[in-house]
Design a protein around this ligand. Sequence first.
Ligand code: URA
Length: 230
Amino acid sequence: MRVDRFLSNLPQFNRKQVRLLLVERRVTVEGVAVSDPHHDVREFSQVCVDGEILQAGKPARYFMLHKPQGCVSATSDPQHSTVLDLLHEPDKADLHIAGRLDFNTTGLMLITNDGQWSRRLTQPQTKLPKVYHVQTEQDIGPQYAMKFAAGVYFAFEDLTTQPAKLERLGPRTARLSIVEGRYHQVKRMFGHFDNKVIGLHRERMGPLVLDTSLAPGQYRPLTDDEIRLI
Ligand code: URA
């Protein structure tokens, strides 16, 4: 949120006072004086006026998890275990999943409390490739790659998928790179050819690659370098 809006939303300041506070450089965000009303304030930012803390800020947290089969990528589920059950961290209610996976899909899952960061990762506009290793029931034909590059029509949403890149690795295995995250997207793309996906594993989201030292169900915090990549 813009800093001027953040301050105006507080009961103690009106808009005119906020303008003045900023001009007089009495506002600090993360300890740095700001005068630009557009300056971004996030839930993690510490915000002070005249040295008085108005928002304490929370540490941003980022995790990479190797999602196993048979767990739901949701924060809670009445029936099944969820990916959050695999995390042994405090304040799990603050965390959310950046880009869900189906119940039996395995692979890279990113979990954070930073909504802006996860939006950058998952928005189709940013065109970050999500790369999947796919195993199918039938042979993958030579016509698939061209169709996926042209886009597959999804009648339910009345849209055509954005260009996707298919690399055939074997008769029934491939690597597929997509920039969106439509509901069951990969399965439905192969479904266009009546070819059932029987194994699906996410290897990468943009520049973030699943750490191969993580066994299914294991996780680790992202490094500062990894966080900065998004
Ligand atoms: N596409 C699917 O069909 N399933 C997933 O879990 C991810 C992408």
